[in-house]
Design a protein around this ligand. Structure first.
Ligand SMILES: Nc1ncnc2c1ncn2[C@@H]1O[C@H](COP(=O)(O)OP(=O)(O)OP(=O)(O)O)[C@@H](O)[C@H]1O
Ligand SMILES: [Mg+2]
Length: 590
């Protein structure tokens, strides 16, 4: 192994000479402790290395060992349920008082000695291409792990093991290519984290990633394979929203990256997450989750790489044909790591001290989202959801601004809503989704008037914004009945539909069917009331409908599948409006 010599140490950045043969982005082992680092610049014989472990005590003159390989993740069964640091070292004990792994400790990402029960699906003579499945392992109760031929490997099956228990060293099958070269395929494969895993083709997005949050699914939907950002000031609900999504969204696999949160806060996440129950299976959510943790007291370089480690793991499960969702909380802490490293490299800073390549780096995370046809012929998606914590809640800062270029769904958390305890505090004024055309198609399978009814609600919310301004000047009573109805209807939409309590047994998750029904009932109530008022009814008559209270509480009082209760409330609201119409007709004919 080639070795160099350390000449300079500046926090996580180390320079070494005699490194002329090292490659960019090659992994090196730094110092007597053999700390893990990555080469990020080579000038002549001097290489600049970013080190993923604490560098205190390291001295000039110590050796640097080249490895000849790029920073990679180890992929295979055993990933699910594991908590890793940014460079995929397992952190089993972090929750117990933050006991981090010692420096230079090479803990394998996956336990190669562990035996898995393997069920092959190929036979001798089969022609296999990269990405094709050779067999399955029940990785956890809810997830079948498909063992795949690694990218760039192919050939004819020369041998394959019978069903049985095998460990990480086993050659499950051996492939022979046209040149006669034999390659064994086992449970495990490696992939360089900074490179997207290949797929056969990218497919257009076609379905919503349903989340059970009404404000998301109905108003600002994310598509399966899309990318979204949740920007929000301190304490506005980024973490709660991401956890609700992790729990409820229709993704088979969750990769959750906790970035740079304070140590104790992260410990909380690490303690809480394993306790989360998957509402669909009733089992631990960790059975289909991988957690990546970087607290603010862990080395910044590991934080920088953690989002690429995370998305590589996500792509791997996508390649098995699964829907995967990856959450990063928060990408602002990640960007701060980038800024600190760039500062130490003495690079020319751009906006607010962030390096000029901040947008490129953000792109190389968000742009790995997508819906693909996998090399093996299946269909899989990676949906990316990044939280952004702009200082002072000011969305004009660089990280939020650059992020908007790479996402198409923006869930803006609003300080005023959070203060008013309107949760989720997703603003209907500042949020947007460009996935609406795709998701509308999907909803229209169930209801052809989905878009029209959504527009009714959205229009009321938008009109309310300008009416509020006028009402402030002249007082609400000076407004005409029709405008007062708009203000009244907007309140109902906010209370009955947009607000959703994550702690309420029934309301924590709203099924698509219930959302559709709620939206249709509200849209009907609004359009019908508008007609009545146009024909001379008063707002007071409408306000007096006794079932309005029940409509306001339907989110928590009517269960997701209680069709009888839905029909009954709907009939009562219809009847009440009809009777107002009859009275109004009687009055008119007098
Ligand atoms: N959907 C929700 N339902 C009920 N309560 C909520 C919801 N969202 C947020 N909250 C309340 O707001 C508090 C702060 O939320 P959270 O920790 O998610 O904010 P954050 O934006 O992640 O904060 P930070 O900036 O500190 O990371 C929660 O402890 C909870 O009380
Ligand atoms: Mg948070």
């Amino acid at each position: 192994m080639k070795t160099g010599i350390i000449i300079r140490i500046n926090g996580p950045i180390v320079e070494a000479r005699q490194m002329e043969e090292v490659g960019m982005l090659e992994v090196v082992e730094v110092g007597e402790l053999r700390l893990i680092g990555e080469v990020i610049r080579v000038r002549g014989e001097v290489a600049t290395i970013q080190v993923y472990e604490e560098t205190s005590g390291l001295r000039p003159g110590e050796p640097v060992y080249c490895t000849g390989r790029p920073l990679s993740v180890c992929l295979g069964p055993g990933l699910l349920g594991t908590i890793y640091d940014g460079i995929q070292r397992p952190l089993a004990r972090i929750a117990e008082g933050g006991a981090f792994i010692g420096r230079g400790v090479k803990k394998p990402a996956l336990d190669l000695e562990r035996k898995w029960s393997f069920q092959p699906i190929v036979k001798v003579g089969d022609e296999l291409k990269p990405g094709m499945v050779i067999g399955g392992v029940q990785e956890t109760e809810s997830v079948l792990h498909r063992v795949m031929v690694p990218p760039r490997v192919q050939g004819t099956v020369k041998s394959v093991v019978p069903p049985g228990e095998y460990d990480g060293h086993a050659e499950l099958c051996v492939l022979e290519d046209v040149a006669g070269k034999r390659t064994p395929v086992g449970f495990y494969q490696y992939w360089p984290v900074r490179q997207g895993r290949p797929s056969a083709s990218r497919l257009p997005l076609a379905q919503p990633l349903l989340t059970g949050l009404r404000v998301v699914d109905t108003f600002f939907p994310l598509a399966k394979g899309g990318a979204a950002a949740i920007p929000g000031g301190f304490g506005t609900g980024k973490t709660m929203t991401q956890q609700a999504l992790a729990k409820w969204c229709e993704a088979k696999i969750i990769v959750y990256i906790g970035c740079g949160e304070r140590g104790n806060e992260m410990t909380e996440v690490l303690r809480e997450f394993p306790e989360l129950i998957d509402p669909r299976s009733g089992r631990s959510l960790m059975e289909r989750t991988i957690l990546i943790a970087n607290t603010s007291n862990m080395p910044v370089a590991a934080r920088e790489v953690s989002i690429y480690t995370g998305i590589s793991l996500a792509e791997y499960y996508r390649d098995m044909g699964y829907d995967v969702a990856i959450m990063a909380d928060s990408t602002s802490r990640w960007a701060e790591a980038l800024r600190e490293l760039s500062g130490r490299l003495e690079e020319m800073p751009a906006d607010e001290g962030f390096p000029a390549y901040l947008p490129d780096r953000l792109a190389s995370f968000y742009e790995r989202s997508g819906r693909v046809q996998t090399l093996g012929g299946a269909e899989g998606t990676v949906s990316v959801i990044g939280a952004v914590s702009p200082p002072g809640g000011d969305f004009s800062e660089p990280v939020t601004q650059h992020t908007t270029r790479f996402i198409r769904c923006f869930w803006a958390l609003d300080r005023d809503l959070a203060n008013a305890r309107h949760y989720p505090a997703i603003s209907w004024r500042n949020s947007y989704s460009e996935y609406l055309p795709e998701t509308t198609q999907w909803w229209r399978q169930y209801d052809l008037t989905w878009k029209e009814n959504r527009d009714v609600l959205m229009n009321v919310l938008q009109e309310e914004v300008s009416l509020q301004r006028i009402a402030k000047l002249v007082g609400p009573d000076a407004l005409p009945e029709s405008q007062r109805l708009t203000l009244f209807a907007a309140e109902i939409i906010k209370n009955a539909f947009l607000q959703q309590n994550s702690f309420d047994e029934v309301d924590m998750y709203c099924s698509p069917k219930k959302q559709l029904w709620m939206m249709n009932l509200l849209a009907f109530f609004i359009t019908r009331s508008q007609e009545l008022i146009k024909n001379g009814c008063t707002l007071n008559e409408i306000r007096a409908i006794p079932d309005l209270d029940r409509m306001n509480r339907m989110k928590s009082e009517i269960k997701n599948d209680d069709v009888a209760a839905m029909t009954s409330l709907e009939q009562r609201v219809h009847a009440a409006l009809d009777s107002i119409a009859r009275e109004q007709l009687a009055r008119a004919s007098k």
